[in-house]
Design a protein around this ligand. Structure first.
Ligand SMILES: Cc1cc2nc3c(=O)[nH]c(=O)nc-3n(C[C@H](O)[C@H](O)[C@H](O)COP(=O)(O)OP(=O)(O)OC[C@H]3O[C@@H](n4cnc5c(N)ncnc54)[C@H](O)[C@@H]3O)c2cc1C
Length: 365
């Protein structure tokens, strides 16, 4: 169903993406004045599709479903489609400066082709699965961000040759119920006010980089919450120790600390507080670098390498504002966390074991 600009703006309220503007966390994307120009520009693509005089350019019939859809979500079949799409973009840009949503169109058209060709060669069923997704997106009249450009790291190296594989999005693990992806996409036009992201590879991959050839759709406010532990080396009071780390957002955290943090985050969310980790586990090299920087008068105080509880994965630097701090002061102990550095209100450590409280089932009478 075709949406209006107002409907689009309202629909953004159903999402809670983690967005920062000028270093400050944005509570509601739809109400943030600094994001209004972008939202208004995308809004034009919605309103124009509802105007009689623009209907020919701004809408099209999707042959695979028979539905009339916004031109920015349509898959082209004829040269007229291509021409109309071009003219539609001209029209939108003349009104808004940058139509932005045409990127959704281009990505959908690319995946339409790629899935059909992949199936033809490998006998897979990607195309049918893509069509089901396409029709759903068209039906809900969504705007999709294109998460294609990877951070890339060293440009002279292929993805699999990078020192840090996370500079490209890749399959980190395969599980019976699907895949776990991990990595960094760099630039996504309009990211804060998209409904979902189309994650796509940004370069041609050969067989050796097959784990990097991954495409999928991710809701704008999806959170990385799959706890997939992996081994790492940590330090505690100057002694090496073996750790199990997991990823929470962009932070790496020791497994037990992560479980306690996630429980705490859930409790905070119920009280309207959004907890996020700025920094968790640190490698020995990272701690050495921070220590050296501090000695040179740069950055916050840092413990000697080997002596920071960040190296044990139990210390978390948490993004703070006044309500978040007040909540932590009142509740963090319940989850085994305590503030341990006087001048750093953001620094919380797990000092006690935390176990989920299990309520004994009542006996039936
Ligand atoms: C306004 C804007 C909006 C964008 N929106 C999106 C978006 O919505 N989604 C998205 O996925 N991306 C988006 N991008 C990203 C854009 O697609 C990339 O910036 C572009 O593909 C170039 O990639 P890069 O920035 O990594 O530059 P690089 O690949 O690092 O290229 C930089 C320069 O180095 C050269 N170079 C690169 N590798 C080598 C090499 N091995 N040897 C010699 N020279 C080399 C290149 O030719 C180029 O001149 C956007 C960019 C801009 C500016």
């Amino acid at each position: 169903m075709l949406m209006s600009a107002d409907g689009y703006r309202e629909s953004l309220r159903a999402y809670r993406p983690r967005v920062f503007v000028n270093g400050a966390r944005i509570d509601s994307v739809a109400d943030e004045p600094l994001l209004a120009p972008g939202i208004n520009a995308v809004g034009v693509t919605y309103d124009f599709a509802l105007r009689d005089q623009h209907r020919t350019l701004m809408t099209a019939r999707q042959s695979t479903s028979g539905q009339v859809v916004n031109r920015m979500l349509h898959v082209n079949e004829t040269s007229t489609d291509l021409l109309y799409k071009l003219e539609a973009v001209r029209l939108l840009c003349a009104e808004s400066g940058c139509a932005q949503r045409y990127l959704t169109h281009d990505a959908l058209n690319g995946i339409f082709q790629a899935t059909a060709r992949t199936d033809a060669v490998h006998g897979t069923d990607y195309h049918q699965r893509f069509l089901a997704y396409l029709h759903d997106v068209q039906d809900r009249d969504l705007t999709l961000g294109v998460a294609m450009t990877d951070a890339k790291g060293d440009r002279s190296l292929k993805p699999g040759q990078q020192a840090n594989p996370d500079v490209y999005v890749h399959i980190a693990r395969r599980r019976p119920d699907g895949i776990v992806i991990r990595g960094t996409k760099a630039i996504v036009t309009g990211a804060p006010y998209m409904h979902e992201f189309l994650v796509m590879p940004c370069r041609t991959h050969t067989a050796e980089d097959r784990d990097f050839a991954v495409a999928c759709a991710v809701p704008a406010d999806a959170r990385a919450e799959v706890l997939e532990p992996y081994p790492a080396e940590g330090y505690r009071r100057g002694k090496k120790l073996k750790l199990q780390l997991v990823q929470i957002g962009w932070a790496e955290v020791e497994l037990e600390t992560a479980r306690a943090f996630l429980a705490m985050r859930e409790a905070a969310a119920a009280d309207g507080i959004d907890l996020a980790i700025r920094s968790g586990w640190r490698s020995h090299e990272r701690q050495a670098w921070l220590y050296q920087a501090w000695r040179m008068g740069l950055g916050n105080k840092a413990a000697r390498p080997g002596y920071s509880n960040h190296q044990a994965g139990r210390a978390l630097d948490i993004y703070l504002d006044a309500p978040t701090y007040a909540w932590l002061e009142k509740n963090a102990r319940r989850f085994g966390f305590r503030r341990t550095v006087r001048k750093e209100p953001w620094h919380w450590e797990r000092v006690k074991k935390w176990r989920p409280r299990v309520t004994a089932p009542r006996r039936g009478r």
